[in-house]
Design a protein around this ligand. Structure first.
Ligand code: KIV
Ligand code: NA
Length: 265
């Protein structure tokens, strides 16, 4: 299959073909999602919660994400791989942002980077794009600033709709090839999608966007915690694994495993 490139995102928007994305943090899921035709894989700093067991994404470091991103990038043959820039790796300015983006590109084989923030990050986006590295922007609810935003709060409601629109236009003008809209009302997501030339990727942004992105552990039912309202759970992988492990333990304890066919003469 032909590799997905940034032009695929542009063509998809132009032709009204929805773009599908999932997070991935390891080579096994990356291979499965790639073979199933997912257009892009985000090695998200949601690895903080889903891999490393942190409460938030704030403690995640570049050094933690690099091996995960490398595993995903090496596993795919078609999907476009986006490296998520963690908190503290780009906020001080364009030079810090470029330094981090270059590390991801050199050390992992990712095809693009993602960072959070609209107007506040436009200089960083412009500098990275200027070095030939595609940038996926991320506006609306931005988990790295959850304390500044006052919690997991829907963004772009009422008066803040104008801020969301300003953020969207700022990242497009800075050269982002796509923008993630996280937890925003469907109406304003539709408005942003109509106003922008670059594709919008919704995470809890309703149906009127150019693509969808979900955290794989949420959509596949891996975690036993609560999942956001916007997630449709497509599988209950946690239950499948739980049942398999329970059966395995019972077989070991009863002596039913290993059977003769699992044993060497
Ligand atoms: O880290 C992540 O998984 C993300 C998406 C939820 C947008 O940034
Ligand atoms: Na993220």
């Amino acid at each position: 299959p032909r590799r997905v490139r940034t032009r695929h995102f542009q063509n998809a928007k132009a032709n009204g073909i929805p773009i599908t994305g999932l997070t991935s943090y390891d080579q096994m899921t990356a291979r499965i999602f790639d073979q199933a035709g997912v257009d892009f894989l985000l090695v998200g700093d949601s690895a903080g919660n889903n891999v490393f067991g942190y409460e938030t994404t704030l403690p995640v470091t570049v050094d933690e994400l690099i091996p995960l991103t490398r595993a995903v990038a090496h596993a795919v043959s078609r999907a476009f791989v986006v490296a998520d820039m963690p908190f503290g790796s780009y906020e001080s300015g364009p030079e810090e942002a470029l330094h981090t983006a270059v590390r991801f590109m050199k050390e992992t084989g990712a095809h693009a980077v993602k960072l959070e923030g609209g107007v506040r990050s436009h200089k960083q986006i412009r500098r990275i794009v200027g070095a030939g590295i595609p940038v996926m922007a991320h506006i609306g609810f931005t988990p790295q600033s959850e304390h500044g935003l006052g919690g997991h709060i829907i963004q772009g409601r009422g008066d803040s709709a104008q801020q969301l629109l300003d953020d969207a236009i700022a990242v497009q003008e800075a050269g982002a090839f796509a923008v993630v809209l996280e937890m925003v009302p469907s109406g304003i997501a539709a408005e942003v999608t109509k106003r922008l030339d670059i594709p919008t990727i919704g995470v809890g942004a309703g149906p009127d966007v150019d693509g969808q992105l979900l955290v794989w552990t949420d959509f596949a039912g891996m975690s036993d915690g609560r999942v956001p309202k916007f997630v449709r759970q497509y599988a209950n992988v946690r239950q499948v694994l739980f049942d398999a492990v329970t059966a395995y333990r019972a077989d070991v304890e009863s002596g039913a495993y290993p059977a003769p066919e699992h044993s060497y003469e």
